[in-house]
Design a protein around this ligand. Structure first.
Ligand code: BEZ
Length: 218
């Protein structure tokens, strides 16, 4: 019997634990809670195999897999296609372009995982998952969610930038300003009381606009 969450097509939110599932993938059957232990995970959906935008996106993930690995991150894709379709598409793209999708792609033919992750958005498509990206940390908590429509491909630079921003933020207890990229100054959390405010106003080690907006180099 389906659980309530499976039937409701809920949209998991930032801060939620990533829903667990077991699924058939191009790398064999995977239980998500056992996948990529102690690593970050990028779980992403695409609308359909053998479609043009999806082919560019999957190729983008495949070509930059080593950059995700350098950020201690595993990729796992998904669409509502059969495992046979996935295998044929992976082989077709490899033969046509030399790009090999060397990460698991979930064959979500019963839409179980798509429903768990709110990837089915019927006013956009009744038959395909939208382009979702879930950034999941090593404790399997959802940290960032992107949803794109069927007709606009995602931006791989932004996915990698946001992933690195999350990790650097966690590691240093800082926040990231507009357009932050590696090497840029970061934002020091604002003071929480008057003593901290006065200290901050006298702190010349940071780049200060005012007490609530101070940046520093890492
Ligand atoms: C595409 O990836 O090109 C695509 C997939 C589904 C609907 C529209 C476009």
């Amino acid at each position: 019997m389906e659980t309530q969450e499976q039937t409701m097509n809920v949209m998991p939110r930032i801060g939620d634990q990533a829903p667990d599932f077991t699924a058939v993938t191009t790398k064999g059957t995977i239980k998500f809670s056992d996948f990529a232990k102690d690593k970050w995970v990028i779980l992403f959906s695409h609308p359909a195999d053998f479609t043009p935008v999806c082919t560019t996106e999957m190729s983008g993930f495949a070509k930059r897999k080593s950059e995700f690995e350098a950020l201690n991150t595993e990729l796992i894709g998904l669409s509502i296609d059969s495992i046979h379709s996935h295998l044929a598409w992976v082989n077709n793209v490899k033969n046509n372009t030399g790009v090999y999708f060397d990460f698991p792609i979930i064959a979500d033919i019963d839409m179980k995982v798509s429903k768990l992750y709110g990837m089915l958005q019927p006013n956009e498509s009744e038959t395909a998952a939208v382009r979702a990206v879930f950034f999941i940390d090593p404790s399997k908590k959802i940290r960032l969610v992107m949803y794109y429509p069927l007709n606009v491909g995602r931006n791989m630079d932004e996915i990698l930038r946001a992933l690195e921003a999350l990790q650097v933020s966690d590691e240093n207890g800082v926040a990231m300003p507009l357009n932050w990229k590696k090497g840029d100054k970061v934002i020091i959390p604002p003071p929480k009381n008057l003593d901290e405010m006065n200290d901050r106003l006298n702190d010349d080690s940071c780049e200060r606009v005012d007490f609530y907006l101070c940046k520093k180099d890492l």
